[in-house]
Design a protein around this ligand. Structure first.
Ligand SMILES: [Zn+2]
Ligand SMILES: [Zn+2]
Ligand SMILES: [Zn+2]
Length: 355
């Protein structure tokens, strides 16, 4: 371990101490994002050969519809079960719809000036040129998972005296003004109560300060008592998965966000930069693919490096179920692989207070 005194910073420490460090000249206090160095070019992959035969969802069986409806009703305490048990299904109509999902997995790098209590780290400032932000190795997590990492940039560390405590490692205890004791609050510091010696403070008029353990001073919070700080450039690496969906309009009348459900996966591919899905049987999907990929590449390539993109097309089952109960026709929807149910205007709510 080197003696830190061997490596005094060659320039006076201050706001601009990194101003002349190659690769960090433009660094401002608080940091800023660093544009990635090399933009990539998308490569056209083989396009999917759609096989509409496989891209169908079997019609929802009646008993599944009824079961889903039953469990939906049972989660509502003020819904009567009568429409489920006595209702008769008269018609079931499928309105299956496509959902296109684009995921763009990015890496973003920022630098900022940082300090930490000095704990014997090597003060390597200027012993070698500091590596460029995008040349610093960081372990990429598995794709499409958010993650963060903080790295001390090599060859940027120097030792400074702690300003907060004037390099003493301790600061005066404010609770007792550095005395280690406080006036006894029962006798107001007089040592006497009711013409007798105060029993609480043994007639001394003082009580021990518990905040500083009667020391009169406390460890400096900035340097944690180490007297010195290590000043360095901190690299913050952030991996983010940006997810965006496009659900093709369907005319079922179902007014619900389909985000919470899954469907049957029809197509999926991933690449470092995606090529739009052309020639999909539903043109709205091809359009969404082109638009979203373009959007993401414009939006994220400016400030981040796009590491991987993934596009998925799902077919989400939606069934509109009509049933007869007490002479009237009502309806509900069963949707998603999870067989979620939506039933606006449920005909038999037994209490009128809805919170
Ligand atoms: Zn104190
Ligand atoms: Zn007292
Ligand atoms: Zn300090």
């Amino acid at each position: 371990m080197s003696n830190p005194a061997v490596y005094p910073p060659p320039t006076a420490p201050g706001a601009n101490m990194f101003g002349n460090m190659p690769g960090y000249e433009g660094m401002v206090a608080g940091g800023g994002y660093l544009p990635p160095p090399v933009p990539l070019e998308p490569v056209a992959p083989p396009q999917p050969g759609p096989d509409p035969e496989e891209w169908t969802i079997p019609t929802l069986p009646e008993d599944i519809a009824r079961e889903s409806f039953r469990s939906f009703v049972s989660t509502h305490s003020c819904y009567s079960k009568s429409p489920v048990t006595d209702g008769v299904i008269t018609n079931m109509e499928p309105f299956n719809t496509y959902r296109y999902r684009l995921e763009t997995f990015t890496e973003n790098r920022k630098t900022e000036q940082a300090e930490k209590p000095y704990e014997g780290e090597q003060a390597d400032f200027y012993t070698q040129p500091a590596p460029q932000p995008w040349d610093i190795p960081a372990t990429t997590p598995s794709f499409f998972t958010d993650h963060k990492e903080k790295i001390r940039v090599p060859f940027t560390s120097s030792i400074k005296q702690c300003i907060a405590c004037n390099a003493l490692g301790t600061v005066r205890c404010e609770e007792c003004n550095g005395n280690g004791t406080k006036p006894c609050h029962l006798c107001d510091g007089s040592g006497r109560r009711d013409d007798e010696g105060c029993s609480s403070c043994d007639a001394t008029g003082k009580t021990r300060c518990t905040k500083c353990d009667a020391r009169g001073n406390m460890d400096c919070e900035t340097c944690e008592g180490k007297r010195q700080m290590l000043s360095y450039i901190k690299l913050k690496v952030k991996w983010t998965n940006h997810v965006e969906d496009h659900v093709v309009q369907q005319n079922s009348g179902l007014k619900i966000d389909l985000k919470s459900v899954s469907g049957k996966e029809l197509f999926k591919n991933s690449q470092s930069l995606l090529y739009p899905l052309i020639g999909f049987p539903n043109p709205a999907i091809s359009e969404a693919s082109e638009r979203l990929i373009k959007d993401h590449q414009t939006k994220y390539a400016q400030t981040s490096r796009i590491l991987q993109q993934r596009q998925t097309v799902e077919l989400i089952p939606i069934t509109k179920v009509n049933y007869k109960w007490k002479g009237d026709t009502h309806l509900y929807y069963v949707y998603g692989n999870e067989n979620e149910v939506s039933a606006d205007n449920y005909p038999a709510t037994c209490c009128c207070v809805i919170l």
